[in-house]
Design a protein around this ligand. Structure first.
Ligand code: NAD
Length: 479
């Protein structure tokens, strides 16, 4: 179903995110018939560039990030693109931008620029009368670097726009499996009765990357895994796993429940956290620099890995640990949530049948899908021996080999046009998340905590294993 006609302005339209994610996502929606022919995408950035140049830039981006497309479709899509040179910090270009915007279509402004420019752009949009009460503003991460800066940013945005106009992107929420998590929980009778500390032993959330900091070293070193990944992506996943059922699938009902989870998170004591920095690696592809070398800071104390154990003090979850870990240069790229159910209270098959535990694995990448681990009898005449087997639902199979699997950005951008905020973070959620991570980060700073080195290509620092092993548990996925 096509969305309403729109004008989408991408501030930072010539940047890396626009090239890799936003423009390819728009193309895919156009190809799928969801972006109407009357829609316009206007790149707005500092560089001097003609509309033709911008179209050539977009064509290259599609070649690289949406390869193998039919030229006719690509050309049709490119006709929808326009460009205006705008200086976020000056007066140039704002009049031209105003002339390009049409009345009576949905108007959205994507702030795909450094956060330091958000306030400038908001102010100029408003000064030049380019927004009204129905315009939508999309902002990228990072949303602040602590509670104080996030609050200031929320305040600035609130002085120009209503909260109902602001779409704070966390692309993890746009992933198919993440929404399926809500469908699994709230669309089945099977799971919800078991979804509490009585039946769930613990929950693991892993977001592992094989890449290092790459070209983002300078920025990353001022951030670290806690700010870059845990405060937003991992906490959002934790919220969806742990929240109470909202009364309806409506933006504020869902976000109210997520907020309650964040506010019920307990502080994390230092002995429940492990931080790490990856070391240099020599392999077939050559030499890969250590974290400190990659960020050009030989004394850096910023973590490229963090694992922690937290608990939620509410009726449903008291006593069930949530283990979170994320890191760079690990042995596999894998984002997965594992819900580990408790062992049987008693085995009628005797001790030789071993201990078995149901697991629900929700894979976000690669190979998005959900697997339920169940215990069955080992086939054959060997007596009553039990084995664990997966009941697997892999989306790639359901879609077929040629099925295009919509990227998170496709869904999220269309949600902006439709005016649906369910999968976007509300200002108070972001603040509550910082209020939880700030004391952890401040603790490291005040203790001059130095992250432990870990071998590139490993599962992270050995201490992260101990975090679970102390209680007779172990990480699933990569270990
Ligand atoms: P980038 O540096 O590649 O691009 C920045 C863009 O901003 C360029 O188009 C540039 O022309 C424009 N710009 C800079 N100064 C300007 C000014 N004064 N006036 C107008 N335009 C100006 O940055 P990026 O990697 O595309 O990131 C954009 C935003 O998205 C940042 O907030 C970043 O944190 C966030 N983000 C990026 C990624 C990613 O993968 N690149 C991922 C998540 C979030």
């Amino acid at each position: 179903i096509p969305v309403d006609p729109f004008d989408l302005v991408i501030f930072g339209g010539t940047g890396d995110l626009a090239r890799r994610k936003i423009l390819p996502a728009l193309f895919h929606r156009f190809h799928a018939g969801q972006m109407p022919a009357e829609a316009r995408v206007i790149g707005a950035a500092r560089g001097e560039m003609s509309t033709e140049d911008f179209r050539a830039f977009a064509a290259e981006a599609l070649d690289e990030f949406a390869p193998g497309q039919d030229r006719v479709w690509v050309d049709e899509f490119l006709q929808r693109l326009d460009y205006v040179t705008v200086d976020a910090r000056g007066e140039d270009g704002w009049g031209d931008l105003g002339e390009k915007l049409r009345p009576d279509v949905v108007r959205a402004f994507y702030f795909s620029v450094a956060p330091a420019l958000f306030a400038d752009i908001a102010e100029r949009l408003s000064q030049h009368g380019l927004t009204d009460a129905t315009s939508r503003i999309v902002v990228e991460k990072p949303f602040g670097k602590n509670l104080e800066t996030a609050r200031a940013l929320n305040r600035t945005m609130a002085s120009y726009f209503d909260e109902s106009q602001i779409y704070r992107i966390d692309h993890y929420l746009g992933k198919e499996t993440v929404q399926n998590l809500m469908a699994i929980r709230f669309g089945n009778m099977l799971f919800e009765p078991l979804w509490n500390s009585q039946f769930v032993d613990h929950i693991q959330i892993t977001v592992a990357e094989t890449v290092g900091v790459g070209g983002r070293g300078e920025y990353y070193d001022t951030s670290g895994a806690m700010r870059d990944m845990v405060q937003n992506h991992l906490m959002q996943l934790l919220c969806l796993i742990a929240m109470e059922p909202p009364a309806k699938f409506d933006p504020d009902a869902v976000r109210d429940e997520k907020l309650k989870v964040i506010r019920a998170l307990d502080p994390v004591p230092p002995h429940h956290i492990v931080r790490g920095q990856y070391e240099e690696l020599e392999d077939d592809e050559g030499r890969h620099p250590s974290y400190r070398e990659a960020v050009g800071n030989p004394r850096s104390r910023t973590e490229s890995y963090v694992a922690l154990r937290t608990t939620i003090s509410n009726w449903r979850w008291a006593g069930t640990p949530f283990y979170l870990r994320t890191g760079k240069r690990l042995k596999a790229r894998s984002s997965v949530i594992n819900v580990m159910f408790k062992p049987m209270p008693h085995s009628i098959f005797g001790t030789e049948a071993g201990e078995h535990q149901n697991t629900l694995s929700i894979r976000l990448q690669p190979n998005e899908g959900i697997t339920l681990g169940v215990t069955i009898k080992e086939p054959g005449p060997g007596g009553m021996r039990l084995i664990d087997v997966p009941l697997d639902m892999t989306f790639a199979e359901a879609l077929g080999p040629d099925g295009h699997h919509a990227d998170a950005y496709e869904r999220l951008i269309m949600d902006v046009i439709r005016g649906n905020q369910t999968l976007f973070m509300r200002g108070d959620e972001v603040e509550a998340a910082w209020a939880w991570t700030d004391p952890i980060i401040e603790g490291w700073e005040s203790r001059n905590d130095v992250p432990k080195g870990y071998a590139s290509g490993s599962a992270g620092p050995a201490d992260a294993e101990l975090l679970l092993r102390r209680n007779g548990r172990e990480w699933r996925g990569i270990n």
